[in-house]
Design a protein around this ligand. Sequence first.
Ligand SMILES: Nc1nc2c(c(=O)[nH]1)N[C@H]1C(S)=C(S)[C@@H](COP(=O)(O)O)O[C@H]1N2
Ligand SMILES: [Mo]
Length: 203
Amino acid sequence: MAFFNKGFGRKRESVANDRIPPGQYETRDFPVLTAGPTPRIPLTTWSFTLEGLVESSVQLNWDQFNALPHQSFTNDIHCVTKWSKLDTHWEGVSIDTLLEQVTLKPEARYVMAYSYGDYTTNIPLDDLRNGKAFVGLRYEGLPLAPEHGGPARLVVPHLYFWKSAKWIKGLRFMEHDQPGFWERGGYSMYGDPWREQRYRSDD
Ligand SMILES: Nc1nc2c(c(=O)[nH]1)N[C@H]1C(S)=C(S)[C@@H](COP(=O)(O)O)O[C@H]1N2
Ligand SMILES: [Mo]
């Protein structure tokens, strides 16, 4: 019995290890991490804006946003508080699809994602394109719950989960990198879980 448990444990560990970044542990829960109250956004007033270094900014209401092509995504997510969750299933709109709605100015290299409730987070533009990120509308087959960022949240699975802004309201395209909410508080400007870039001093 002891032998069996040991062998089983080892196998599980080796399967998970190449998907769990350094310093992280796997959880089956979906913890809620929010700095402040959960904003409630009626779909009748919800909007999403693409602005900054674009030829002309675009604002989409809920119906217009939902009329864009949707895709399914399966991703592992990694929170800087050390939990990782494997194989999360989402449906939403790829950032590539959103970028087709605007003409970017050539200087655009960074993005500030901003949310209802004033949360912000900065991400290099190249980390949002080519299938790397999306705006999630459904999670595990259901509309995204308010505490997890519903009606719509950014999901950037290859970076620590604080880059995945809940209650997303828009993307601002910028020439230079600028710190968002947690980044101003000393967190990494980039946040690569595989390089364990938790704090600015890890960059
Ligand atoms: N608008 C907003 N987005 C946010 C946060 C927040 O406080 N406000 N917290 C971030 C952090 S630190 C993490 S780990 C994840 C947590 O998402 P969850 O609550 O769905 O697990 O959301 C990120 N996005
Ligand atoms: Mo986090």
